[in-house]
Design a protein around this ligand. Sequence first.
Ligand code: ADP
Ligand code: MG
Ligand code: MG
Length: 246
Amino acid sequence: TPLVEMRGIEKRFPGVHALKGVQFELRPGEVHALMGENGAGKSTLMKILSGIYQRDGGDILIDGTPTEIDSPRTAQTLGLSIIHQELSLMNDLTVAQNIFIGREPRRRFGRLDEPALNRAAAGIFERLNLHLDPRTQVGTLTIARQQLVEIAKALSYRSRVLVMDEPTAALNDREIDELFIIIRQIRDEGAGIVYISHKMDELKRIADRVTVMRDGATVGTVSAAETPVAEIIRMMVGRELDNETL
Ligand code: ADP
Ligand code: MG
Ligand code: MG
């Protein structure tokens, strides 16, 4: 059974038919790239999955069961997490405080139980082989490290579906390597990862399958390893085009 199945998804904004019967399936233990030119509808589809937008038509099945995702809170409860391009961390708080914000263990007089918080965060980092110190102030970390904190935060909700919207935009080559190690690890634990990117080389390295969207519709879903880049580009733009032009 797929973790997520979206069937015939429709979405209209005033003057824009943004999603026209989109099909999308995410299996457990796969990195699924979602590709398409700017305006194709990728973010809208993922905002519907994460409860930010409501669909106008179609069905969403989670573990094979038709499901309503009426708010981000509901999405979280269902184990769906989205990591937006703009990170949502508080610079003045520690790594551990950021991960458990809003659900921190407290001691008497309402004070934060910092040691408990740090232990809980350290447990998550150990599981993921993340070299992060729970006590570090987030504002002092590089963007790449902050991104890892976001991932740890998403996984602390026991998420089984992780959506990453252009996660490497601000990372250097070494940081991308690190991120990919973590992504593969999460995948190998059985989670499904939706990976939104425009970069063909990344797609070839990290994705198992690719769904291509164009002009609000699904063009198709193909194997990342077995499909030549030129073919994926042709699916994205709807005609022949070489890599240089993109
Ligand atoms: P992508 O993420 O693939 O670049 P989007 O999902 O952001 O595409 O956008 C798909 C289409 O829907 C675009 O035409 C965009 O202008 C439109 N759109 C997205 N969000 C809104 C919104 N909140 N209000 C009106 N139009 C929107
Ligand atoms: Mg866009
Ligand atoms: Mg987008």
